[in-house]
Design a protein around this ligand. Sequence first.
Ligand code: UDP
Length: 324
Amino acid sequence: MKTALITGGAGFLGSHLCDRLIKEGMRVIAMDNLITGDLKNIEHLMPLEQFEFYHHDVSKYIHIPGQLDYVLHFASPASPIDYLKIPIPTLKVGSLGTHNCLGLSLAKGARMLIASTSEVYGDPMVHPQNEDYWGNVNPIGPRGVYDEAKRFQEAMTMAYHTFHGVETRIVRIFNTYGPRMRLNDGRALPAFIGQALRGEDITVFGDGSQTRSFCYVDDLVEGIYRLLLSDYVNPVNIGNPDEISILDFAKEIIELTGTDQKIVFKPLPKDDPKQRQPDITRAKEILGWEPQVSRKDGLRKTYEYFKSLPEEDLYKYAHPRTFK
Ligand code: UDP
């Protein structure tokens, strides 16, 4: 039986990966400091013999006894309002946390997959973004703490591959959504659905002409699993190329939820990327992967999830629980 360590295992993507690797017959260790993760996301796995949870901050030295075959580094605040609130832990988990995971992978002979991001492309000058584009990132802007940590993470990962021969995989994740997103994490989709459920106006930033391309979580997990098992070392974009303006997206959420609230326009946050769409040619060619879930179906499933949450979750404080 193969053993995988998933950092950020109690988070949105991490917990879905735990589910998938358990389903694939692996033993899974989820590690999380629970700053933005939530044990609720993995409580159904806790009774399983092949599942373990380590409450630990991956930016500090990691000790795992025994054999380890895969390390998937998914720990990080991932929402702009999170990394504005906790900029230094965001920088540390992408840099020191990655270094610790790479050192662990080297020591164990494990294969390491890192969660990189479309944010390495910054506010892109190339559209759609392919993996050969180097990006347009403001290192000292509000998003710099996340973007630069992730860029450093890629550089460190390639260095461990070329210098130490560690088997590494790099996935560049584009906007992803689905059950277990935090309702109040500040991102567009949970923000709009939360507002609709609370009977508040829908806040579109700027004039809403900026675009994003939203991928349903099951599609993303499938792409990551295929990449993990592949022998491909360079970065691979995983995302859904179905691009939409944020204004049209807000209108879709209004239709989905049936809310009679109106759209209100708020200032556009600094360095907010104007457009984003993955070029997934590489993923198609190398992994035989492309998304299967339409936005209509994905949004419906996600809305059902948010509606099923206890009402008090709608009013929970938006920011991470502890600041270190
Ligand atoms: N956005 C918005 N209203 C909100 C939250 C976000 O208009 O209440 C916009 C945000 O400015 C950005 C887009 O939606 O242009 C996606 O934002 P999100 O935080 O979801 O992800 P990211 O900017 O990291 O892609």
